[in-house]
Write a protein that binds this ligand. Structure first.
Ligand SMILES: [Zn+2]
Length: 345
């Protein structure tokens, strides 16, 4: 099969396009004919060997997590009803046997694998995953849209719906609206919950796009203070919830924007890991700061339902062919995009 793999760590040029053996599904697994794979920041870490992703070569490794396609083969006859189904793949594979998994909190599984990181990924014609990791998509949901869904909507759903329990009368501050999680958070907060959305971004063009997908107000953080502008927009009260997927860079300003009883969710630290947390305001304003990492299978089922009902729709910035994976990685590292980068397979 055609696939994109690495034989060493490095820049986008280490991504190789070529033939690899087809995988075959084990018991309980399905083999998906991948039709689209979406890029995530993790893919670039796997490529460069940064952020805990260093691996031993010479074993070749196929990159890629998020994907969608059609079930082509199954590893157990009891799964044969899945053959031919159009599916989206949840790239996080919990162990299924630990206390967390058995207790229904599979998002807390410490022994999970991640497609394209701990096992062969989806930049390929075929990929094998447990049958519990595929969710059926409606006929009118394009593969490229479905592929762009899991890694940005899962943490967003976990954060806004399950943990923060965002309400329609509340206001949410979404940091860096142009990235995948930013666009997902605007849509879930607006289309699913009906909350008021304030987004931050870095240009007038991105601000227009953020408004186009549901942001009520957009703050250009290169020109104005986020916390001061939030005060103006909320009549001095502040926001109920912050969605932070970038880490240290905006923490102080966003934390200052929380109203009493506010909740601060974190699902990424691309701009830095370490911040100063003001414990005084944490307890006197009764704030919550919490992290989410992806979501549970139940969250994925809900996200897929929202996708099938058309209530969420990932924003796609650009589509590349599988052969152009290196070019797609270059675009991701330039950070000049709005939405997701997708490979069609
Ligand atoms: Zn587990």
């Amino acid at each position: 099969m055609r696939a994109v793999y690495i034989e060493s760590h490095g820049g986008p040029e280490v991504l190789q396009y070529g033939e690899r053996p087809e995988p075959s599904p084990k018991a309980g697994e399905v083999m998906v004919r991948v039709r689209a794979a979406a890029l995530n920041r993790l893919d670039t870490y796997v490529r460069t060997g940064r952020r805990g992703q260093r691996r031993n070569f010479p074993s070749l490794h196929i990159l890629g997590g998020d994907c969608a396609g059609v079930v082509a083969e199954v590893g157990s006859s009891s799964l044969s009803y899945l053959v031919g189904r159009r599916v989206v793949v949840n790239p996080r594979i919990p162990c299924g046997a630990c206390d967390f998994c058995l207790g229904g909190s599979d998002d807390l599984c410490p022994r999970f694998r991640f497609l394209g990181s701990n096992c062969e990924g989806s930049y390929a014609e075929y990929v094998c995953v447990p049958a519990t990791n595929v969710h059926a998509i409606a006929d009118n949901v394009p593969f490229q849209i479905a592929a762009a869904t899991p890694t940005v909507y899962l943490p967003t759903w976990n954060m806004l719906i399950r943990k923060a329990q965002l309400k329609p009368w509340e206001t949410v501050l979404v940091l860096s609206a142009s990235a995948g999680v930013g666009t997902a958070a605007i849509q879930v907060a607006k289309s699913v919950v009906g909350a008021t959305v304030i987004a931050t971004t870095s240009s007038a063009e991105k601000a227009t796009m953020a408004k186009g997908i549901g942001a009520d107000h957009v703050i250009d953080y290169t020109e104005e203070s986020v916390s001061e502008r939030v005060k103006e927009l909320t009549g001095g009260r502040g926001v109920d919830v912050v969605v932070d997927h970038v880490g240290a860079q905006f923490f102080d300003d966003a934390y200052d924007s929380l109203k009493r009883g506010g909740r601060y969710g974190i699902c990424g630290v691309t701009s830095g890991y370490v911040v100063n947390l003001q414990l005084g305001s944490l307890f006197t304003k009764q704030l919550q700061v919490f992290g989410v990492f992806m979501g549970s299978r139940a969250d994925m089922a809900k996200v897929t339902q929202m996708l099938n009902e058309g209530r969420i729709r990932p924003v796609i910035h650009q589509v590349f062919t599988l052969e152009q994976a290196a070019e797609a990685h270059r675009v991701m590292e330039e950070r000049s995009f709005f939405g997701k980068l997708v490979l069609k397979v």
